[in-house]
Design a binder for this molecule. Sequence first.
Ligand SMILES: *Cc1c(COP(=O)(O)O)cnc(C)c1O
Length: 469
Amino acid sequence: MKQLLRQMPPVHELQRDAQFHSIAKYYTVDIQILTEYLKQVISEIRQEILERTWTGPEPGSNQFISSVFELLKKRIEQQQSYTLKRVINATGTILHTNLGRARLSDRATEHVIETAQNYSNLEYKLEEGERGSRHSHAESLLKEITGAEAAMVVNNNAAAVFLILRALAKEKEVVVSRGQLVEIGGSFRISSIMEESGAKLIEVGTTNKTHLRDYEQAINEETSMILKVHTSNFKIMGFTKTVETTELADLASKHEEILFYEDLGSGVLYDFQQHGIGEEPVVSEIIKQGADIVSFSGDKLLGGPQAGLIVGKKHLIDQLKKHQLARVLRVDKMTLAALEATLADYLKGEQGIQQIPTVRHLLMQPKTIKARAENFIQQLNNEKSGYSLRIIEGTSQVGGGTMPEVELPTYLVALVHPTLSTEQLARKLRIDSKPAVIVRRHKEEIQIDLRTVTDEEETLIIKALLTHI
Ligand SMILES: *Cc1c(COP(=O)(O)O)cnc(C)c1O
């Protein structure tokens, strides 16, 4: 063993090796830093030799030097790899919360890159050559699309709810139906946010039924707001009663000091109901029905970046913009770029919305998915892959805590590996494939839903499956 250790080449000798310099160049790492890594690698090998766990070539051999540099490369790659990695979502769940919700359109992505790499007029008026406001950017698009008098954008919808309650209802009473005191994603509870904001929650009605008279009876001089929360992530079945937006808007308008605010959760700018999908009210309808203020998410069904969009009466939005918290909750220029580009597509009609991946995935026809699944299987069969493959009918979820009752009909590629278990193959696809492929597992089968997979990603999945055979 001593003999082996003695044959270890010294660091300064390894530093003179051409491989050392080509690694430094390839990975653009300073020589000093690379030397540190090299020392670490050498000391680890030493340790393994002492513990008799070293299985590499013997020190002194040519192969040994190469294996040192291989380990050095691995070390750098590990250091330089991102923790936030691209994945392919082959689950069919469109707004998969764990996988980053909405993916952006090409147009939005291009606008983000341009805005990120360059200076922009983020807070500058080009006409006047004067200081401007970042609030101006998505505002006119939001006004045009929703028909609201004014709009503003904050970090996410949770932030929007908090800002609205804090700025417009602090130390005042806010009336909410018991059936709408929702918890979203395990960390956002309307009741907790309300408490944090300093607004006083006044619960009315019961879990399944709330009547207009329940709201009426709760109103007093301390009331500043009626809040309706869209129950995005669950559905109460059977005997239920909720009060319509128009009725609550009318009730609020009878009292000068009382606002009606609707937290739409996802909030859609496109009417999915016309295709028989879900029951999401379009934001412009809610404005038309008289809501004073409405908030919704940027990265749920809208298909844009993470953001909280607030639309409504101008004097209220002005108050929000002036509030100290607006600075705390403000969005980055990249968010505004992505949002602006996504919103612009909504103004182009059916062709425009097809550019937004979330919307496109949602509207994708089962027959299109079936044809793609057939082609997918054909390609694997052409390679004589050895997988056992079949197409089965199934459903895709919308995800992101939205449209919980909706099951979109789809076709799944169900596959079984000749030797690996579902668990083993799913793990390989997650860990050994670049990008990682996230699939569904169902009993003894892996299931792939091509609804959320692009053509380019389809090729990558096939490649990944072939490497794991
Ligand atoms: C999702 C949701 C929120 C939170 O929105 P984020 O954009 O995720 O912060 C708030 N309210 C409702 C009703 C929701 O569905």
